[in-house]
Design a protein around this ligand. Sequence first.
Ligand code: NDP
Length: 247
Amino acid sequence: MTLTGQKALVTGGNRGIGLATVRALAEAGAEVHFTARSAANIAEAQRALGDTKATGHHADMTDRPAMTTLMDQGFDILVNNAAMIGPIGRMLDVSVEDWAQNINTNLTSAFHAIQLALPAMLAKGAGIIINISSGAAHRAQEGWSAYCAGKAGLAMLTKSTHMEYGTQGIRIYGFAPGIVDTDMQGTIRASGINPVSKIPRAELAPATDPAQAITWLCTEAAQDLAGQELDIRQPELRARAGLRPLP
Ligand code: NDP
């Protein structure tokens, strides 16, 4: 896989799937940038990356002016990865403020990033956007009304973007990464609220799996899948991205 000459931005690239994606894209030859919400988080990510070169930017996804400054650089690849799981709780048990913060982070911020990324991509006649989706976009889970609604909205944002800009060189994908061993799954396990929270940690996939698939989606080989909601558990996708078959 080679992405030499491509400039990529991964949101929430300081840990979890985002960090693994930063590493995979850089190893494929892309010039990689990532956002994190503090200087300390950037420094920690840089330590974890070791010799792998990537540039961290201090930006909260929900901060449109900060995102505008960053996106003015122009990117060939945008991975909308940053997201939050909470508030976890049945609808009568969550606050409207927490609910709105989830939608703002997981859905509206992705819209900001896409809207800010598109002009440079359209000027070049090429651009790749990957919205990190979830099984929860398509199947409700108890206690996750904000997360499910936000990810379902994101799936529709993927399709809307494809419909409006797919013929102008923009390749957009929704990509569900599977159940992955990250801090987010730790929070989910601690809640015990639904079947996902009962999945033993030993059964979770490493973040390197979705990172590999995301990197593959950025290559020409994935062109025919543009506009789709994809899931890492799809056997054909796994084979094409070079991942081992699931047991
Ligand atoms: P983590 O919780 O491990 O990491 C989330 C990342 O998003 C962190 O870098 C976090 O930054 C960042 N983030 C959250 N809110 C904001 C914000 N407002 N501005 C900027 N960055 C923000 O999550 P995962 O790595 O597990 O998840 C990555 C993506 O994959 C998410 O979109 C998630 O919904 C999706 N996903 C994950 C699954 C899993 O099993 N892990 C399953 C299905 C989908 P900070 O460190 O500052 O908090």
